[in-house]
Design a protein around this ligand. Structure first.
Ligand SMILES: Cc1cc2nc3c(=O)[nH]c(=O)nc-3n(C[C@H](O)[C@H](O)[C@H](O)COP(=O)(O)OP(=O)(O)OC[C@H]3O[C@@H](n4cnc5c(N)ncnc54)[C@H](O)[C@@H]3O)c2cc1C
Length: 510
């Protein structure tokens, strides 16, 4: 790339979580000398929900050089070891989708094949015996990973639950420290050049701003990607029928568990997310099956008295036809939406920005480069879509019209093939780079009670017998770690010294 063609300025429209995440990452990693500004409207409130993350969020904090204990304190965060699904297969039944390692690889085979062989041999293994995250979660405990440990503590992974509004504020300050300029303006529209590229932003007060690259983080409305560039929308409502959520915070009662609770309900599912200062609750539902008022009553009946007026949010599962169009990249809700069952939206923003860095353009905006970005991001969205559909389609529930309807969904071919392979052989083939690994898929298949027709022939009884000693030590190691760990609650007890309030193990012992 010649210097004359380099991107000199980036304008990010929107100051929600997506806008400030994009600004922070780009300010750290875009080529030196690129001017970055964020335009946020004082008139249009951000969505402000988005409270659960997945482990790569911790990697992002490290990449940005953000002090994790300070971030945890400021954003009222708690630690998350996975998701507990309640009532998804049978009333009262729970299953785990934990983070971190599960069992151990024996003779090159992933551990879930041993699991199937053990089931076939009429043993009754439990996820918590072989997953430290699930075991700690069940005990209401938490510890940080220890990369130097020999056992399960080395493979522990965790994420955060946090207050989304304060996260945007935290990142705003962080990005300002890296030289990002903030403009409080409302974008009314943008002008376009003869070749269709965005020329400049036009503000409601008549002002204008020109940049080489525009990032649309303006939320569901997609001020640039849709209203100016008319990208179009790939609508997945026929595959993922939930299209609304009602959210309401409640006071802390009892202990804060180190996991997200996702309970199946008559017409969708309900989240319960512990923060330091409140619980976040929400009912994600299908408006074809329940009214806003009935869903709100249902939520409050379960969650208790709200601390603020419940908010109903509408969305359409799917994504923009072009996530990157001309000189504009859409991120966050402006790019599309997949419901929060696996806490993926914020991670999709992060992956989108890193992908943009991998495809960082010059002012020629090579169409092949843009097409490659769109292909990779679309594939990622389709993989997550398939994973979410499985949670619904795979359940044996059929007690309400909603649950009967989700079984009638016509599965995408990609998902149908995965399910068939698993049902026949227990095998799960994911490609490198997929957000959800074979392990994640296994937890959902197994949690919903789906079993392969036969265990992997590579793992026979003799291999299982040879593995017994290793599995016994692993179970002992996990039990020991759980006994030694502190309660999750103790990390947020008033008066705890800073080191006890969230310093990773390596820093605590340094
Ligand atoms: C019910 C629900 C639950 C969710 N739960 C999770 C979760 O648990 N985990 C997760 O990862 N994600 C979750 N999400 C997604 C998460 O909320 C979003 O991905 C995240 O908040 C990013 O939002 P955003 O910044 O794209 O949009 P918004 O938060 O809507 O921000 C848009 C910004 O654009 C600005 N803006 C809009 N129009 C203009 C304009 N014309 N001019 C200037 N500025 C403008 C607004 O002022 C605002 O600052 C959830 C979403 C919903 C709906």
């Amino acid at each position: 790339m010649t210097d004359e063609r380099r991107i000199r300025s980036i304008a990010i429209v929107g100051g929600g979580t997506a806008g400030w995440l994009a600004a922070s990452i780009l300010a750290r990693a875009a080529p030196a000398g690129t001017a970055i500004s964020v335009i946020e409207s004082g008139q249009i409130a951000p969505i402000g929900v988005g409270e659960a993350t997945i482990p790569p969020f911790i990697d992002l904090l490290r990449f940005l050089g953000i002090d994790e204990p300070e971030f945890v304190r400021t954003t009222g965060a708690t630690y998350k070891l996975g998701i507990v699904y309640r009532d998804w297969s049978l009333p009262g039944h729970e299953y785990w989708h934990p983070f971190g390692t599960f069992g151990t690889t024996i003779e090159r085979r992933p551990f879930h094949h041993y699991w199937h062989r053990a089931l076939a041999a009429n043993r009754n293994p439990r996820i918590g015996e072989f997953s430290l995250c699930a075991a700690l979660g069940e005990a209401g405990k938490f510890r940080f990973p220890d990369p130097r440990a020999q056992g399960a503590a080395a493979g522990l992974r965790y994420a955060l639950h946090f207050d989304a509004t304060t996260v945007a504020g935290f990142l705003r300050q962080f990005a300002a420290g890296l030289g990002v300029q903030r403009l409080e303006r409302t974008v009314a529209t943008a002008t376009r050049r003869a070749d269709g590229f965005i020329e400049e932003l036009v503000f409601a007060d008549g002002g204008r701003l020109q940049a080489d690259l525009y990032i649309d983080c303006s939320g569901f409305q997609g001020v640039l990607i849709e209203q100016v560039l008319h990208s179009g929308y790939v609508d997945w409502r026929a595959l993922l029928p939930c299209d609304r959520a009602v959210a309401a915070p409640t006071a802390i009662t009892g202990n804060r568990p180190p996991y997200t609770l996702a309970s199946a309900r008559a017409s969708g599912w309900q989240w319960r997310i512990p923060l330091q200062h409140r619980f976040g609750n929400g009912y994600v539902f299908s408006s074809a099956h329940v009214s806003d008022a009935a869903a709100t009553d249902d939520l409050l009946g379960k969650a208790g008295t709200p601390l603020a007026e419940p908010r109903v949010l509408r969305f359409t599962a799917g994504h923009r036809c072009h996530l990157w169009s001309h000189n504009c990249v859409a991120l966050g809700l402006a790019s599309g939406f997949l419901e929060p069952l696996e806490s993926t939206s914020i991670q999709l923003v992060i992956n989108g920005v890193f992908n943009l860095l991998d495809h960082f353009p010059d002012r020629a905006f090579d169409p092949a480069n843009i097409a490659a970005y769109n292909r990779e991001l679309t594939e990622e969205l389709e993989q997550i879509r398939d994973f979410l559909i499985l949670h619904y389609w795979g359940t044996p529930r059929d007690d309400t019209p909603f649950w009967r309807d989700v079984h009638a969904v016509r599965l995408p071919e990609s998902l149908r093939q995965r399910i068939e392979l698993y049902r026949g052989t227990g095998r799960i083939r994911t490609r490198p780079g997929e957000l959800f690994t074979d392990l994640s898929w296994f937890y959902i298949f197994a949690g919903l009670g789906m079993r392969p027709a036969a265990p992997d022939p590579m793992i026979d009884e003799a291999v299982l017998a040879r593995a017994e000693n290793a599995l016994y030590s692993l179970r002992q190691n996990i039990a020991r770690e759980v006994r030694a760990a502190r309660s999750h609650e103790s990390y947020f007890a008033p008066g705890q010294p800073a080191a006890a309030q969230g310093l990773p193990a390596s820093a605590e012992t340094a």
